[in-house]
Design a protein around this ligand. Structure first.
Ligand SMILES: [Zn+2]
Ligand SMILES: [Zn+2]
Length: 443
């Protein structure tokens, strides 16, 4: 019997895998540029971590977590999000003792037991950032700008929504006000919101049920009830975003579905993707580190939904020709083909190492070749991709394979080439050919 995958869990292959890689590369390039260091964090954590951080009355913890007893009877969970584990690691490794501030980035799988639909999978991928010990609104501005830049580079057209949900000081009185208001409308709220009203009234503001929409629109607005400190923080953030020319909308009912947020929260949404239209979201969590047993250190971060971003980028990868394949015409020519493969591959690796130890001879060679347009294109193709054939067969068969695999160039290696230390380069798009001496690459 054929064994199939688990419901809601997918293989990422082909074009989708290419897009995932492109997202990952872009994400780490830009986060590094803004000073973030990549970390590798566990997928498995104690269940208690999420109950205490994400919150026991949130949908994630109440309904969606993959939890089980391990063989040692420990209650464990597959992580439903990245921040809780990052904060746990930050505290447990006492990173705050050696670093005045810390910026982490990560990329990995998360798990939530939800009904699978487009943009909602039970195993999904998040690219996340955490910035520890960052009290200033400058940090909020920088983090949001980073998120904005990443989506922009990926050509994802998303709108930014921001809000402040206040701090311990101002949220308490606001909650009382909100509860009073919602209680007066309780019988008109959806059944979920009637439950939320008792356990987590702020979450009512997040309700997507049209029944609740009108009630929410009339609800007291958190931004009218911020304390002086939160108000100033939010004003400064808006000013910073204006200078950075990051367009945003203020959504006073944006609360995010997690308990740990304070002050700034934000979401990037796209017009496509229906109800699952949030592609990146984050905010400030100034109390979380202390609540999980660490020192009182303010922090913030965001996570990008890689699966959803990939859905927006279907057109990103085009089937254009790229790379080079070597085609020895005969088994006898195999050693010569392998030699040419090594020389060419190593000649362009120099382009990757330009910062480090530069082998001057090879560098000069590359410079010389780069001056000739034809050779430059060829060399760029070599750097991109160079392969030996999977087996040696009839030349026509090998050409058709090179064509199917979308190579830009085929290197023909025959008796004449081997005897004169040459390669024949054939442009598979135009059919044009030229010869190149391997002596150049031997230096
Ligand atoms: Zn406040
Ligand atoms: Zn509702």
């Amino acid at each position: 019997m054929k064994i199939t995958k688990v419901k809601g869990i997918y293989d990422i292959l082909g074009k989708e895998a290419e897009i995932f890689s492109l997202i990952e590369e872009t994400f780490f390039r830009l986060t590094k540029h803004f000073g973030y260091k990549r970390v590798f964090l566990p997928i498995l954590e104690k269940e208690e971590l999420f109950v205490r951080s994400v919150g026991d009355s949130t949908d994630i913890v109440e309904k969606e977590m993959y939890t089980f007893l391990d063989k040692g009877k420990r209650k464990v969970a597959l992580r439903p999000e990245g921040t809780a584990g990052a904060v746990r690691a930050y505290i447990e490794n006492q990173v705050f003792l050696s670093e005045s501030y810390t910026k982490w980035s990560y990329f990995g799988e998360m798990f939530r037991y939800e009904n699978p639909q487009a943009g909602r999978r039970r195993q999904f991928y998040q690219a996340g950032c955490e910035y520890f010990n960052a009290p200033s609104p400058l940090a909020d501005g920088e983090v949001i700008y980073l998120a904005y830049r990443i989506l922009k580079e990926l050509n994802v057209n998303a709108k930014l929504y921001i809000n402040s949900i206040g701090c311990d000081k101002c949220r308490g009185p606001y909650k009382t006000l909100l509860i009073d208001y919602l209680k007066s409308k309780e019988d008109k709220l959806c059944s979920d919101c009637q439950k939320r009203l008792k356990r987590n009234p702020l979450r009512v503001l997040d309700c997507k049920n049209p029944v609740c929409k009108d009630i929410i629109d009339e609800a007291p607005n958190i931004l009218d009830h911020l304390c002086e400190c939160c108000k100033l923080h939010f004003e400064q953030l808006k000013e910073i975003l204006d200078i950075l020319k990051v367009p945003y909308k203020i959504d006073p009912f944006l609360v995010r579905g997690l308990d740990y947020y304070t002050k700034t929260v934000f979401e990037f949404k796209v017009d496509s993707l229906g109800a699952q239209n949030t592609v990146l979201a984050g905010g400030r969590y100034d109390k979380l580190i202390k609540e999980l047993g660490g020192p009182d250190i303010p922090a913030l971060g965001f996570a990008m939904g890689v699966d959803r971003v990939a859905l927006c980028m279907k057109e990103a990868i085009k089937d254009t020709r790229h790379g080079v394949i070597l085609l020895p015409l005969d088994e006898k020519l195999l050693p010569y083909a392998v030699k040419a493969f090594k020389l060419l591959s190593e000649s362009t690796s120099i382009l990757e190492q330009i910062k480090e130890d530069i082998d001057t001879k090879k560098f000069n060679l590359v410079l010389k070749l780069m001056k000739d347009e034809k050779l430059r294109d060829f060399l760029v193709a070599v750097r991109d991709r160079i392969e030996l054939p999977n087996k040696i067969s009839k030349i026509r068969k090998m050409f058709s394979l090179a064509d199917k695999k979308n190579f830009a160039y085929a290197l023909i290696i025959g008796e004449e080439e081997a005897s004169k230390n040459l390669i024949t380069v054939k442009n598979l798009d135009t059919g044009n050919q030229f010869q190149l001496s391997l002596n150049m690459f031997e230096g």
